[in-house]
Structures are given as C-alpha cells and as structure tokens.
Design a protein around this ligand. Sequence first.
Ligand code: SAM
Length: 448
Amino acid sequence: MLPFDFIEQMRSYLGDELDAFLKALQSERETSVRVNTKAPFDALHVLHKAGLEEVPWCPEGYYVRHRPQFTLDPMMHAGCYYVQEPSSMFLSEVLDQLVPHDSVVLDLCAAPGGKSTLISEHLVAGGLLISNEVVRQRVFVLSENVQKWGNGNVVVTHNQPRDFGDKLENLFDCVLVDAPCSGEGMFRKDGGAVDEWSLKNVEMCAARQKDILRHVWPALKPGGLLIYSTCTYNEHENEENVAFVCDELGAEVMPVEYEESWGITAGKAGLHFYPHKVRGEGFYICVLRKHDASFVPFRAKGDKERQQGQEAYSDMRSWLCTPDKWFIRQNERFADAYPIEHKDLIAYLSKHFICVSTGFGIGEQRGRFMAPQHSLSMLKDFRREAFPQVSLTEEQALSYLRSEALTLSNLPFGTLLVTYNDVPLGFVKNVGNHSNNLYPNEWRIRRL
Ligand code: SAM
C-alpha cells in the first residue's frame, strides 16, 4: 500500500492527473534493453523472439514485449546488450545534445553500470570515463559490466565524492550524479522502496545528495556540465537541489530538447518522467552548466607514465586490431591497457585513487609467457584471429559461463578463444583430454 503522505505529495504535484498516475503504478512495468555494437543486431535471437519495439529517445534502446529469461542467453553475458530501465536511457539524448565525444566524464554514483556503459559508448572516439562507486559490494559488478561492454575507455574507481573534489580540481568536462535517492520512481518495480519511504527519509536523501554535490563540485571544470538525476518525483531531492547548485555553487540550468510525443514533463527546472505519461519508470534529470571563471586547468603534473617502450609488448599488441590506440602497462604479473591519449591522467588516478579496473586487463605473465586476460576477449578492439577459435553450442556456452570444465575434441593445445553465435565468450586452455575453463570465477552464472 502506498503511504498516505506520498499520495498527498503527488496530489500537490499532479492535481487532476493523480488518478491516472496511481493507476499506472498498478500496471505492469516495461522491460527494455540497450544493445551493444558488439554483435550484429540480427544475431540477438532471444530478444527478437521476445519482440522488440524502439525506445524513442535512445537509438540503441528497445522495449522487450515478453520478458525472456535473460540469464539463459549467452549473448547477454557476452555484453551484447544490457537490461536497462527505459526512462534512464534518456541520458543518451542528453549526451548527444550537449556532451562532445572526446570529453573526460565522471559518473560518480555508477553501480551497477547502466549509465556508465551508455556513456562509455558515447565517448568511444577519444573520450575517457571515470566510473565510481562508493559501496564496496557494488563496485565489482560495475567493473564487470563495463568490461563486458568492451570499449576499454573506462577507469572504475572506489572512492568518496570528496576525493574527486579534493584531488581533481577543474578536471572534468562533465560529471553525472545519478544520486542515491528515496526511490519513488521505482515503486512499481521494487516493493521494498515503498516500505522504506517516508517524508523523513526524503529529507535525509535530499541532505545526502546536497553533500555529494558539494563535495564533487570542484572537480567540474568551469563551463563544464553537471548532469543530475534521480528516480524520484519530489522537489526536495530534485528542484531544490538544483536550486542549491545554481545559487550556492554557481551554475545555470541548460535546456534539453525533446519531442512532445515522448510524454516528458518539464518541471520548474529539469525534466520529469511520470509512468502515466511515458513508457518507463519515474525519473528526473537536469543539466547544469558551471559558471565560467578564470581557472587553472587540471594537469596531472609529475605523473607522467614511466615510458616502458611499447615495442616490448609486441605479443600483447598483436592481440589488438589497432594497437597504437592503447597504452600497455605491466605491473609485475598483470598488464592492462587503456587509451593512449589519457595515459598521464590514468597514471595520476592509479596513484591517488582506488582503481578497481583501468581500461581492460590484457595479459598475465605466466613464467616466460604472456597469457591473455579475460577482459581482452570482451574488448571490441580484440583481434580474435590471434587465437584458435572454437564455436560452442548454446548448452556448451551456458556450461562455460557456469565455469564448468569443457570437453572439446580435436583441437590444438594451449589457449583457445570460445565463441557463441560468433561472439567471444572467453578463453579456455586445452590440455589434451579436457580444457581448463578460464572464465572469471566471480562472474560465473550461479543460478539457472
Ligand atoms: N547510475 C547507476 C546506473 O545507472 O546503473 C545507478 C546508481 S544508483 C541510483 C545510486 C548509487 O549511489 C548506488 O550505487 C549507491 O551505492 C551509490 N551511493 C550510495 N551512497 C552514496 C554516497 N554517499 N555517495 C556517492 N554514492 C553513493
């Protein structure tokens, strides 16, 4: 049952529309996915069978008519699509309108990574995303999701908002704060959010959001954009925090265009998504531009990456389609790689932040040899011809994703790439009578 105070609050915002809103909360929520360019669209058989319809504000977004059991689709585990709530995909429209593709962006509250995978796609031509999550148990799934997406242009960190404000002053072209909130917009999806809701909790969330905004603010460049979003309707967590940023931190609200037929509602500032008007859950988004002032741009001084000649890594470079795009760094056993144009900034981050993953893991020293890391197989720039390939059936693919041993006959010894439906799933090591499964144990499917 919905709390009385919540209904009264919504009455004050919606007036005559309240009944339609309450009715919408009783209806089935939409299922939707955002597809990756990793696999040809036609190859997403499970999705096509379920029935797809375009999400109007996101070219890669699709409503799925009959929700399939996503866990049983190896293509999802290979990062070919991400199950994401439709309203939040409006971020795609915001980025297209306002954020250049070579920007340096911070996604401050990023787990499980729906918006980070979307931003990483937007930045694929020269940008860099720092994707941060403060809650330790949630940061690993974030790292898994961005690695599976496969652009290699994301550094996943596990830090407090104030670390960014303190150590990266004037660095970011854009900061997304998709704030922890009272979750009103998720009432249809998550009964727990209803039980936890109270006016007091709304107040507490609004105060926490203000702290987050205040702490991260110095990291945004003057002239840079703050994208603030929540999945709530109330003004305390939305418009009042936007007013706080404008008045006390110094910013102005930017217009964002949208088509009337999409059903979006312009608030006092920012845009509201109400489930009786859009095909999606409750959501709020507002873009603010930090006032210009004379400022010293951030420079990662003294943190130049110690230049190990990249020629030393010829084995690993041969695993990449465009090796010159990447900077390879080996720390004792493991080597990772990331966009070469951001190597000094990444060297700085590695020293001053808790980096959970940096670009993608490319290799692991095993004695005199270098073995590939799993994350390489997820990368779109992976040159898969570098390894012998084995195509798996659906049953074998699910078995592989459960980390079970595979019996594969008549294959060369050594490291092999396994694929499903022509998409890489990961590596195995063929030792003759069986193959060792090299799928990351912490990513394995536990329930089927
Ligand atoms: N952006 C994510 C996505 O699209 O997948 C969803 C983010 S969720 C709305 C908010 C996130 O903020 C959660 O992952 C939560 O752990 C994190 N969070 C909680 N308290 C926080 C705090 N004090 N500062 C920063 N982030 C916090």
